[in-house]
Structures are given as structure tokens and as C-alpha cells.
Design a binder for this molecule. Structure first.
Ligand SMILES: Cc1cc2nc3c(=O)[nH]c(=O)nc-3n(C[C@H](O)[C@H](O)[C@H](O)COP(=O)(O)OP(=O)(O)OC[C@H]3O[C@@H](n4cnc5c(N)ncnc54)[C@H](O)[C@@H]3O)c2cc1C
Length: 466
């Protein structure tokens, strides 16, 4: 059998540690953390370096076997797990976990795809530098996955998404070619910036094996504040006020609904330390200079005086701040404990967020009465996690209601989590034909046999027949 021959060749090339074929050993690679996208891998290959990764890709191409790249397997869109056919090989980057270099003067870090995000953050901090990508899955998510999904997180407002921090990339193409673009340059206009194609491509164009990331000076002063606000429009006024008073030191501006914080209190016993309100904002500002606390208190005073905020507290960095962040970080898990939900990761232009919330709420009430909304997100980026608890309703039914409103507002149906396999149909329904056609042309040019994460981002049926 072709697959038996492939497995024998892979075992030869990778050694006993490099190939898993027993069901029990593969179990953690076969399903995502939300347990929504199970599959059955042919095997799990665990190459230890770039050359071995290229060899795996080359062997799979010769045997016509599809590959599903996987890093930390924390993705939200079902992109990192195989289908149920038992014919797709999972290629895990977990053994490629070296931080090759941290340069505090050039402010760069070169690392392999399997380095856990938190490990990379700690290595930057040890050199007095900041790697500003931060998200609740940072203890498991790996550099390769973060880059392949162009992850966002809580610091996008100030530092941009993963894309803005990638200076250089090394990838293995679907034909097994290694392309080494691990340059540490801030300025490089020599030809096409091809690395951008791979950032956010969710493993459908090639495998990210290593990267050079941009670092920043580590902040020495940090303040975190929690405020209650009367409504989302006031939260936007508060954003403008905070930008006036704190300038570009604002690194996070998170909106949380009263419902979200009630879930956290119910399931984790964590109480919010500010008086009643139906909406809450968590703001963090960080600076390499001191004096932030005074500026934060001035901003809070102005917000209370002008009526944007109803109540608020300012915590110094340290324990108080961690307690405030815990409220935000527990929302996703509280929602999971509350019941089944249909998640949406949408963005609309920032000034339109309040009206979007009104119209999405009205559409749900009209079409899916009784549905409850757990809304929270990165208001400073116009990105909302608009999750709907609607017992007995299919995700398709709920998606259409929410995404119709998103589309009306000129928004995106995936702000930061990607398309994976979960949102393929929605993307194909809602993106302009010319944009989809361009994406298919890129995919076909790089992966004519559709062996790199097939069925993710673009449907198999939409690609030319092999
Ligand atoms: C609790 C929680 C909170 C989260 N919060 C955020 C958030 O705030 N912002 C945000 O943007 N995301 C968030 N995410 C989802 C986010 O996309 C992932 O956490 C992270 O970016 C994915 O990294 P990973 O290593 O787990 O990738 P995986 O899940 O392993 O893979 C994700 C996708 O990338 C592909 N891929 C993986 N590695 C490679 C590689 N080396 N080369 C090519 N393709 C590859 C996979 O095939 C898959 O399509 C969250 C997830 C969780 C569980």
C-alpha cells in the first residue's frame, strides 16, 4: 500500500521519535482544544529541523499524501486537525523549539516554529526587550501557528498583528523547496515581499519553519484600569479620552459586557471591583518612562466628570493588574462552562461598533428569540468576539444572522482567528468573486496538487481539478 511505503520511508528519515502511528499517541493531535473538529491522522510526523521537514513534504508529495501543519493546536477555526479519512499526515512542529538568537541592540529574535509563545516572550524579557504578541493561549500556542494565523491578541492596538512583527521567514514550499528569508532587516524593498503570503495563510501555502521577529524596548511602567461605562458609545468616548491623556502608551483597550462578567462570576467566583454598569472597559498603558499612574488617574477623573465612565479603579502593575486581567481572560472558559455557543470573531470600523451592537442585537431578537450574547473583545481594534448561546440552533443559522449585519457594516467575518475549515463556506459566500479568484490563483500556483492543508481557507471543490 502507498501509505505503508510512505510510513516506512518517514520512519527511516525521522527516527523513532519522529513518527507517531499509534492511535493513543496521536490522540492529542487528532482533535482541537474545543473538541469541535476531530479527525483521524494517517500518522503524526515530528521533524526536528528544517531539512527533515522538507524531506517529509517531499515524500508526501511523491506519494500524493496531504499534510496538515500543526503547532500548538490552539487555533479557533479547525485549521490544525486532519479530516476523518485517515489519509492526511499531521506535521507537528513541536520538536523545532530552539530560540536561535536574541539581539537586544538590533532588537530581533530568531526562533523556530515550535517555540511556545510564552517561552519567546520570556526570552525577550530576559534580554530587557518586549515581544508584544500576547493572547490567552500563549502558554501553548507556538511561533509557527501564531504566524500562520497572523494572530492578534490584546496588544494589536499599539503593536499591530503578528504580521507587523515578522521581519524574516523560512518556509518549506509544497514541493519541498526550502526558502530561507531569515533576514533581520527593518528595510528591505528588494523584490516581492513574499513572506506576507505565508503569514495568515493557515498552512495552506507552505510550512513556516523559522522566523525573525521584531522586538521592542521593555516597558518599565505599566498601569491597568477597569471602568464601568453606560454603553458602548460611551466606551468609544472613553477611548478618545484615553488616547488624549495617555497617547500611544495605550497597549490594550478591551470591552466586556455585563453578561460576560456575570459568567466569570458564576463559573469562577471572580467579582468585578467596580460598581454596576452594563459594559466594562479594561485599559492597559505601558511606557519605558515613568509617570503613567498620574496620567491614568487624570484620564479616569476626566472620564468620570464627563460621564463616559460610571466607576473605575487603577491598579499598578503586579497583583492588582493580574486580578483585573483574570476577569478578561476567564471569559472564554466561563462561556464554555455555561453551555454550547456559536462563536463569531468579527470586526467593523471602530466608530460603527455601537450601532453594530444595536443592529446585531435586534436581528438576533427578531430571528432567534431567546439567544443570549456573550460579547467582549478588542474595542480599540474594532474586533468583537460576538458569541451566541442559542440552544438547539445550528451554527449556520446563527452565523447567517450575525454575519449579515457584519457585512452590512463593511466588516470582516474573521478578524483574527482565521478561516480554517470552520468558516470556509461563509468566506466563499461573502468575499467578492475577484478576491476569491485571486486567492485560488495564489494557492494553485504554489500548491497545484492541493496537498497543503486541503479544505482549509478555500474549499477543495472551488480549486481546479488536479
Ligand atoms: C484561550 C485562547 C485564546 C485565544 N486568543 C486569541 C487572541 O486573542 N487572538 C488571536 O488571534 N487568536 C487567539 N486564539 C487563537 C489563535 O489563533 C491561536 O492561539 C494561535 O495563533 C495559534 O497558534 P498554534 O500554535 O496553536 O497554531 P495551531 O492551532 O497549531 O495552527 C493554527 C493554524 O496554523 C497552521 N499552522 C500551524 N503551524 C504552522 C506552521 N508552522 N506553518 C504553517 N502553518 C501552520 C495550522 O495548519 C492551522 O491552520 C486563542 C486561542 C485560545 C485557545
Amino acid at each position: 500500500m502507498a501509505s505503508a511505503a510512505l510510513l516506512a520511508q518517514l520512519r527511516d528519515r525521522l527516527g523513532p521519535q519522529g513518527l507517531l502511528t499509534e492511535e493513543a499517541d496521536m490522540a492529542g493531535h487528532a482533535i482541537d482544544w474545543r473538541r469541535l473538529f476531530p479527525g483521524r491522522p494517517l500518522a503524526v510526523a515530528r521533524p526536528a529541523d528544517t531539512a527533515a521537514t522538507a524531506a517529509v513534504v517531499d515524500l508526501c508529495r511523491r506519494h500524493g499524501v496531504a499534510i496538515v501543519p500543526q503547532s500548538g493546536n490552539t487555533g479557533m477555526a479547525g485549521g490544525a486537525t486532519p479530516d476523518a479519512s485517515g489519509t492526511e499526515l499531521v506535521l507537528s512542529l513541536a520538536r523545532m523549539n530552539a530560540i536561535r538568537d536574541v539581539d537586544p541592540v538590533g532588537m530581533t529574535m530568531e526562533l523556530e516554529a515550535g517555540v511556545i509563545l510564552e517561552t519567546a516572550q520570556n526570552a525577550a524579557a530576559a534580554a530587557g526587550r518586549l515581544l508584544p504578541i500576547s493572547l490567552a493561549a500563549e502558554g501553548s500556542a507556538m511561533a509557527g501557528g501564531v504566524i500562520a494565523t497572523n494572530a492578534g491578541g490584546i496588544n494589536v492596538l499599539r503593536y499591530g498583528m503578528a504580521r507587523s512583527l515578522v521581519l524574516g521567514l523560512e518556509v518549506v514550499l509544497p514541493d519541498g523547496t526550502v526558502v530561507n528569508g531569515l533576514r533581520r532587516l527593518r528595510k528591505d524593498n528588494a523584490g516581492y515581499d513574499w513572506k506576507q503570503l505565508f503569514i495568515g495563510s493557515e498552512g495552506t501555502l507552505g510550512i513556516v519553519t523559522a522566523a525573525v521577529l521584531r522586538l521592542l524596548p521593555a516597558p518599565k511602567d505599566k498601569v491597568t484600569a477597569l471602568l464601568s461605562v453606560p454603553d458602548p458609545r460611551a466606551a468609544l468616548d472613553l477611548l478618545a479620552c484615553a488616547q488624549d491623556e495617555l497617547g500611544d502608551t495605550i497597549s490594550a483597550f478591551e470591552l466586556m459586557s455585563g453578561f460576560s462578567l456575570r459568567l466569570v462570576e458564576t463559573h469562577f467566583g471572580l467579582k468585578r471591583p467596580v460598581a454596576d454598569g452594563e459594559w466594562f472597559v479594561l485599559i492597559e498603558a505601558a511606557s519605558t518612562l515613568s509617570g503613567l499612574r498620574d496620567a491614568a488617574e487624570a484620564a479616569l477623573g476626566r472620564a468620570l466628570e464627563d460621564g463616559f465612565a460610571l466607576d473605575g479603579i487603577v491598579a499598578d502593575s503586579g497583583r492588582g493588574a493580574a486580578d483585573l486581567w483574570r476577569l478578561r481572560e476567564r471569559i472564554t472558559e466561563s462561556e464554555a462552562k455555561e453551555g454550547k455557543s456559536v462563536k463569531h470573531d468579527v470586526s467593523v470600523p471602530i466608530p460603527l461598533v455601537p450601532q453594530f451592537l444595536v443592529e446585531a442585537g435586534e436581528a438576533l431578537a427578531a430571528k432567534l428569540p431567546g439567544a443570549r450574547v456573550n460579547c467582549f473583545g478588542h474595542l480599540g481594534d474594532g474586533n468583537l468576539h460576538y458569541n451566541v448561546l442559542a440552544d438547539g440552533r445550528s451554527s449556520e443559522e446563527v452565523n447567517v444572522v450575525v454575519h449579515d449585519v457584519v457585512q452590512r457594516f463593511g466588516g470582516s467575518i474573521s478578524a483574527e482567528h482565521g478561516i480554517g475549515r470552520y468558516r470556509v463556506a461563509e468566506l466563499e459566500r461573502r468575499r467578492a468573486p475577484a478576491e476569491l479568484d485571486l486567492s485560488r490563483r495564489i494557492k494553485t500556483a504554489l500548491d497545484p496538487l492541493d496537498l497543503m492543508n486541503p479544505g482549509k481557507v478555500l474549499s477543495r471543490a472551488s480549486l481546479p481539478r488536479k
